[in-house]
Write a protein that binds this ligand. Structure first.
Ligand code: XMP
Length: 323
């Protein structure tokens, strides 16, 4: 008879046995897998687990702050260190508009930030294990995030660490499917806002700002996206959707009227899909009143956006993300 409580205890024993005097370091994104992995390892070894989060400037609105508060509240005793690398990311992304180039830059900067975080902890590499939130589907596909679309897009995770960073890896979720990870998160006391989140890609808003990424465009998009997600939650649609997010088209400007003057501003696209495995997806049949409310709020509250569109493309042939 298999249950999550026993699984949890068993994994904690395994981690403690494997550990000796070692430390565990790990990047937490605030997503389901890294949050559950963090809660589990913290439960096993307490402050010998050193989690950190990289604020790339391409996260959801106030995400680093919110994730830090949420995890520290629900994983008592755990301290999440946040590295604000946003200025560096914006600087390196200036002038770059090609999606694959943006992905490569973001991936490289992430590895550099990772290295910096680990070296700031002052722990010798040979005494450290690296926590990864690898799930069973990643294991069978042999490399994480290899969907069919990875042939056409370079998906980035913390996979590609340079040789000087090579550490033994610990993957406590590698026997689990996503729904089991959520159940484990529940067992470990994480809130629904942590265990029932939509996935968020590593490159974040960097691949949802179509074209060059700037601090301004990231702020505009995160404001629109925040309104979108808030309204989906309020209307009870968030949990029926596999992934929902806003996309910004900063190179497209459309004419509008605001009061008695003409506006000439950017377009925001809303995307929402239902899916079982993210390999195929259908666009979500969103009720018109919900769309109307979201559109009104975004146009009225977000400076720089004067038009909102809804994406009605399925995957394939469209992908879920726009880049
Ligand atoms: P696509 O756009 O290929 O997305 O239909 C399928 C799923 O993968 C996510 N995605 C990524 N995740 N790094 C990630 O960690 C990436 O570069 C990346 N690109 C897409 C996407 O959000 C969706 O859940």
């Amino acid at each position: 008879e298999w249950n999550m409580h026993d699984f949890c205890q068993k994994q904690i024993d395994i981690i403690m046995n494997k550990m000796g005097e070692k430390y565990v370091v790990g990047a937490v994104s605030g997503g389901v897998d890294s949050s559950v992995a963090a809660a589990l390892v913290h439960k096993a070894i307490g402050d010998r687990f050193r989690p950190f989060m990289v604020d790339t400037g391409l996260l959801r609105k106030d995400e680093a702050k919110i994730v830090k508060e949420r995890l520290e509240k629900h994983i008592p005793g755990m301290k999440l260190k946040v590295l604000d690398e946003s200025a560096h990311f914006y600087k390196e992304l200036a002038g770059v508009s090609e999606p694959e180039k943006k992905r490569k830059i973001i991936g490289r900067l992430f590895v550099e930030a990772f290295e910096k975080a680990v070296s700031e902890m002052g722990l010798p590499h040979e005494k450290c294990l690296l926590l990864q939130g690898t799930l069973y589907p990643d294991v069978i596909e042999s490399t994480s995030y290899k969907g069919p679309s990875s042939i056409i897009k370079t998906h980035h995770n913390v996979g590609g660490l340079p040789d000087r960073m090579k550490m033994e890896v610990i993957e406590p979720l590698r026997l689990l499917f996503k729904d089991e990870v959520r159940a484990l998160g529940n067992e470990l006391g994480l809130p629904v806002t942590s265990v029932m989140r939509h996935p968020f890609p590593g490159p974040g808003l960097g691949i949802r700002i179509i074209g060059e990424v700037t601090k301004e465009s990231a702020e505009t998009l995160s404001a629109a996206d925040d309104i979108y997600i808030e309204e989906l939650r309020k209307a009870g649609h968030y949990d029926k959707i596999g992934q929902a997010f806003a996309v910004l088209l900063p190179t497209v400007r459309s004419v509008g009227v605001m009061g008695d003057h003409r506006t000439y501003e950017n377009v925001c696209v809303l995307r929402a899909v239902t899916t079982t495995d993210f390999m195929t997806a259908d666009w979500y049949d969103m009720p018109h009143d919900v769309l109307a409310r979201i559109s009104n709020r975004i146009i009225n509250e977000v400076k720089g956006i004067n038009r909102v569109c809804y994406d009605v493309s399925s995957k394939p042939p469209a992908t879920i993300e726009w880049e």
